[in-house]
Design a protein around this ligand. Sequence first.
Ligand SMILES: Cc1ncc(COP(=O)(O)O)c(C=O)c1O
Length: 286
Amino acid sequence: MSANSPLHAYIHGQITPLDQAFLHISDLAIQRGYGVFDFFKVHAGQPLFLDYYLDRFYQSAQLMELAVPLERPALMEVIQALIRRNDLPLSGIKMILTGGYSADGYNPVEPNLLITQQPLTLPTPELLATGIKVITHDYLREIPPAKTINYSIGIRLLKQIKAHGADDVLYHHKGVVTEFPRANFFLVKYDNTVVTPATQVLAGITRRNILALPEQPYSISVGTVTLDDVYQAKEAFLTSTTKRVLPVVQIDDVVLGTGKPGPVTMALLQALLQVEEQQQQTLIVT
Ligand SMILES: Cc1ncc(COP(=O)(O)O)c(C=O)c1O
């Protein structure tokens, strides 16, 4: 994108300058917070792990009884056209599907599909070197496998997180740990085994990539994780598309291990970077 060319978005079936991309106030996303979305990275013009994100997007839509107005090949074409139009070196693409313009403000009609693309910032080396501190909160998302647009609790807790000098909040339900508002959770035990909550979570694509890592020296599995397990962990980290693997060094008042990002976490970050690199190479060749 040249300095003078504005970003574009897809809305109402066409690619439009972002400053002209509007949704009517009757949309169910505005009236009732009803909709789903997904988000993936684009590097050098290539969407990374797109198939997984599209699978999850269509699945979220199905879980929320919303029909995606484009079949998969057509959606992929629109994504490619938007990438060409915006021409950003490193970016994130968000696909949002709303309940649509509802006459009575409750019954869904034809969903609206919006696609936006924005430059992406990844965690800085400083943040990776210090890790983050998190608090915990009892909350279970209503439909955990669906990536809905409802982040009310996470956003409402932002002031509380700040008041505790923390960076994020880890959800648990009755002592069973699930996920962060926008990321999955992993812990490393003192025997160097790694575990991530098995159920009641969004199937994160980064979580999937960590679980599928080839030839790991560590045993990585899904299972039940309790708050007690968390407080006794040697290391912990979160995973997400934008954060990759981000070390967590304190949970509530408990400092984990040495209080610094640990070797298992950093090794898994390196392994994930390699998988991303391989994916980029594959896309350039194909
Ligand atoms: C609730 C929730 N869990 C986990 C994640 C991480 O998923 P991914 O690795 O696909 O970004 C997200 C991403 O936004 C999320 O919203």
